[in-house]
Ligand binder design. Structure first.
Ligand SMILES: [Zn+2]
Length: 482
């Protein structure tokens, strides 16, 4: 594969880039061509390293394609919620996602029964940690028989309210959906991500298990999974046995309402580290962040330990964050997508502490970007735009001191998969040929940061996406070139 006449960061003039066996073999002006070369004409556009989304959830994103949106901006009040859920005329389970209390307050089974009692209905809170189900669904899940299980909320009469916290795995078991049978096809989401220039993702789902790992590996083997994937999960998560799918950090969820004891958390971190594995700790609130950092300081950190989200970072936590040396994997896209709710739901004094970027970089903290799809928009370019603009959907500025330049925003997504927040990968000889070709120069693209500017995506030198399929790539024709 030869990509001709492209702009590569740091090089003064247009170059050709040759890929051989998955790596970049040659970079230079007017490389010699042979009849065997597949040629992709760059026409002066920018060639970037392929994007890596450092925190997202592939299978949840795939499932989302069969779900009804129940939260802002699609649905913003009770009447809209009722209309949307009643409009779905299919059979079987009705699955809602993206719910937020701003729509119709806390939902329980009785309220959901009033909306739909003819089909089992489950609605996921947009945080991903809560499911709300109607009575038909509660029966299928045998909620009443399991009323004592932690995570099943009880109402004033001691009966399950229909609200289930962090019980995704248990719900699948109850419904006989555990195992590979119910895993969604990844083909559609993988093609979508490729169209954004994404060549790799880190799947941060905490309950990834051996079935999930097997599903990723078989999707890679069948060719439906186009990206390389790092898979987080618990201590028992096995290796995949395939190079395209790698086992990643041990995911540790913290929840301010039920924080673990110091010793318990210390043992989890030490366990992972002893097994040679870093931890990725979900920290949204300052209390969660301070606990994670304090315990990591005591346990001793692994060079690849990471904090997921760090949604609110007060100034006085910055020295500890720097001292412990963890990486932060942030989601600037939430400033745009959820900014208008933060304006009301988060104290004004804390607005500048939301999804900080510039301050973390200025403190020497390694910062990587992600979308947290499906909880956020899966398009990393939208996240980059939000990192630069720091504006809500309504256009309100949030934490302008945290703005990044377009180059810094791009760099959030170009550090190596296993080195989030480390140096950006480059288009250079010897590098893995994961690349994203734009249809314009970087000078133009940096003003828009738009996925519509992605023209082709290559993973290990192989085209995994091309806009205007078939039109632009052709075999080198010696007669024309002469
Ligand atoms: Zn997540």
């Amino acid at each position: 594969m030869l990509i001709t006449d492209v702009q590569v960061a740091g090089l003064p003039r247009l170059v050709d880039v040759r890929c051989v066996e998955g790596r970049i073999a040659e970079v230079g002006p007017s490389l010699r061509r042979s009849a065997r070369d597949m040629v992709l004409a760059g026409s002066g556009a920018a060639l970037l390293p392929g994007l890596h989304d450092h925190h997202m959830h592939l299978m949840a994103l795939a499932a989302l394609r069969n779900s009804v949106q129940c939260g802002p901006p699609d649905v913003s009040d009770r009447a809209q919620l009722d209309r949307t859920l009643r409009a779905d005329q299919a059979d079987g389970w009705l699955r809602g996602v993206g719910y937020h209390e701003s729509v119709a307050g806390d939902l329980d089974r009785r309220q959901l029964d009033r909306i739909r009692s003819d089909r089992p209905l489950k609605i996921q809170h947009r945080s991903g940690k809560l499911w709300m189900v109607n009575s038909l669904a509660a029966d299928l899940l045998s909620l009443d028989l399991n009323a004592g299980l932690p995570g099943i909320e009880l109402d004033a009469t001691g009966r399950p309210s229909g609200r289930l916290f962090r019980l995704d795995g248990w719900m699948r078991e109850q419904l006989g959906q555990e195992g590979p049978v119910s895993m969604p096809s990844l083909a559609g989401v993988s093609r979508l991500l490729a169209s954004f220039g994404v060549t790799g993702v880190t799947d941060a789902t905490p309950d990834n298990d051996c079935f999930a790992m097997a599903h990723f590996a078989s999707a890679a083997a069948s060719g439906e999974l186009l990206q390389s994937v790092r898979v987080m999960g618990n201590q028992a998560l096995p290796e995949s046995g395939c190079a395209q799918v790698q086992r990643a950090e041990r995911k540790v969820m913290l929840d301010e309402n039920a924080l673990p004891q110091w010793d318990e958390l210390l043992a989890i971190f030490a366990d992972a580290h002893r097994a040679g594995r870093a931890v990725a700790v979900h920290c949204v609130t300052p209390a969660e962040l301070v606990l994670a950092l304090s315990v990591l300081r005591a346990a001793g950190s692994h060079p690849c330990d990471r904090i997921e989200h760090a949604s609110l970072v007060p100034d006085d936590v910055l020295p500890l964050l720097r001292e412990v040396g963890v990486r932060v994997v942030t989601q600037p896209g939430f400033i745009h997508e959820r900014g208008d709710q933060y304006l009301h739901g988060v104290a004004p004094a804390e607005h500048g502490e939301l999804y900080r970027c510039n301050t973390l970089l200025a403190h020497g903290i390694r910062l990587a970007g992600s979308t947290d799809a499906p909880y956020g928009n899966p398009d990393p370019w939208a996240a980059m735009r939000a990192a630069v603009d720091r504006r809500s959907r309504a256009g309100i500025a949030l934490g302008q001191a945290e703005q990044l330049s377009p180059e810094q925003a791009l760099a959030l997504f170009t550090s190596a998969a296993d080195d989030p927040g480390g140096a950006s990968r480059t288009i250079a000889v010897g590098e893995v040929a994961d690349m994203c070709l734009l249809n314009c120069t970087w000078h133009e693209a940096r003003l828009r940061l738009c996925s519509a500017n992605v023209r082709a995506t290559l993973r290990e030198g192989r085209l995994i996406y091309q806009r205007e399929q078939g039109k632009e790539m052709r075999r080198f024709d010696a007669t024309v070139a002469a």
